[in-house]
Design a protein around this ligand. Structure first.
Ligand code: GLY
Ligand code: MN
Ligand code: MN
Length: 442
């Protein structure tokens, strides 16, 4: 088992074969690794591997290239950085071409220095080349340079593929259905993240800065093996919670306010994406609890409906019905309730979608099949993982009773679709009023 991937190398080999089985006869696929990104002068951000490349290789170094050849036989080829004692003393160990072949089970490996000379030969005489055209201009240029070399060498019997195919759809459809070993990693990413949310609840106190709670969360992630958050953590006290992607995290928490935390660990490449909202002082006021219980009721109703064959459009409808009815009962929405539900009146305060796919990317890949109503109607299938995250947001300008103004609430769980229905992967993060108040009791 590779320490970076936590998934056996045989599974990566199988994914490559599954992809090649879908490629046209006599074609070649090119999937580049990620590149290091400069943070400042000569220092880089912590490296994040390209997720499609990672899915097919488990290889954790930048600058590599996966080549898949589908001909009479199928072949997996990796180009990667050469061993280099001087570079390795400064920047860390490299696997090297020789070890990559045996450790990651490629048929052939080369050092990057050989790329320009050898890559055209793998593309030569193929009917089609598959790659993610447009996602990486430097790589586009490399592929087009190879094609030009082949087109210019007809007299030597070389030919360039006539067809270019976007490989993303094929890989992304595969990534949408998680294997048992991927689910195991995602369960663990969720356990770590749920513990971080619990710790944040226990640490919460009037007068702390939002970033101090963020520090607790990031410590819990890293200490448990998830060195990165899957996305910028949101710790939003009071009205900051009405800013959906608030990441400044630099204000003081006030005793009578709620704090919204949207934070998830990335473990072995896989994201968790959990949101909890709770009172800074550990006790909900009457009005906070009214809104909180309404969002929770919507979330629980949607989650209870998750099963194979359902879809995001149904989930959105359930959330809208529960939220609109609740807002009507609280006097926040007025008029004819039936009509309000048809008009999706809750959307005034629930301003984002009910959820998204989750996996190697936090907003994971895979088609939603958005129809003409812009509804997400792709059927849920066992092995899909998705978030369910209703919310209500009343900024200081909202035309509502002043007791509700400045309140933002979101509750977000990570749901695995199973044969029988669903499994809530983030179930260990407390979310009922009584569970939250109990864990926060000093
Ligand atoms: N954390 C980003 C999202 O919930 O979609
Ligand atoms: Mn989310
Ligand atoms: Mn989130």
């Amino acid at each position: 088992m590779n320490k970076h991937t936590r998934i056996d190398v045989t599974e990566f080999v199988k994914r490559r074969f599954d992809l090649m089985a879908q490629m046209p006869e006599n074609s070649v696929a090119l999937i580049p690794a990620g590149k290091e990104v400069t943070r400042s002068r000569d220092t880089e951000f912590l490296f994040c591997q390209d997720k499609d490349f990672y899915y097919l290789t488990g290889f954790h170094e930048p600058d590599a290239l996966l080549v898949l050849v589908k001909s009479i036989e199928c072949e997996s080829i990796l180009f990667c950085r050469a061993k280099d004692p001087e570079q390795e003393v400064w920047h860390g160990r490299r696997v090297g071409a020789e070890q990559a072949e045996s450790e990651f089970n490629f048929d052939v490996t080369y050092e990057l220095a050989e790329l320009e000379q050898i890559l055209p030969l793998y593309i030569n005489n193929r009917d089609a080349v598959l790659f993610a055209q447009g996602s990486n201009s430097e790589f586009d240029s490399l592929v087009f340079a190879c094609l030009d070399i082949l087109r210019g060498a007809g007299k030597q019997g070389l030919t360039a593929p006539k067809t270019i195919i976007d490989i993303r759809d094929l890989i992304h459809e595969m990534r949408l259905i998680k294997s048992p070993s991927e689910i195991k990693v995602m369960r663990e990413a969720n356990e770590i993240s749920a513990n971080a949310h619990k710790r944040a609840m226990q640490a919460s106190e009037q007068g702390l800065f939002e970033y101090q709670i963020e520090a607790d969360i990031l410590h819990e992630f890293a200490y448990n093996g998830a060195r990165s958050a899957a996305y910028g953590s949101i710790v939003a006290g009071g009205e900051n919670a009405t800013i959906l992607h608030y990441t400044d995290n630099d204000e003081v928490l006030m005793s009578d306010e709620l704090v919204l935390i949207d934070a998830g660990a990335e473990l072995a490449g896989y994201a968790a994406d959990i949101t909890r909202t709770f009172p800074v002082n550990g006790k909900f006021t009457k009005h906070q609890a009214q809104l909180y219980n309404l969002v929770l009721a919507a979330q629980e109703a949607v989650i209870a409906s998750i099963k194979p064959g359902s879809n995001f459009a149904i989930a959105n409808d359930i959330a809208n019905t529960v939220l609109t009815t609740g807002l009507y009962e609280l006097g926040i929405l007025t008029g004819d309730l039936k009509q309000l539900i048809i008009d999706k009146a809750s959307k005034q305060y629930f301003i984002h979608g009910i959820g998204h796919w989750l996996g190697l990317d936090v907003h994971d890949v895979g088609d939603y099949q958005i129809n003409e109503d812009r509804q997400q109607v792709r059927e849920f299938q066992p092995g899909m993982v998705l978030t369910i995250e209703p919310g209500l947001y009343f900024d200081g300008e909202a035309n509502v009773d002043e007791n509700y103004q400045g309140i933002g609430i979101r509750i977000e769980d990570n749901i695995l679709v199973t044969e029988a229905g669903y499994e809530n992967l983030s179930v260990n993060a407390p979310k009922t009023v009584s569970d939250i108040e109990a864990i926060m009791k000093k």
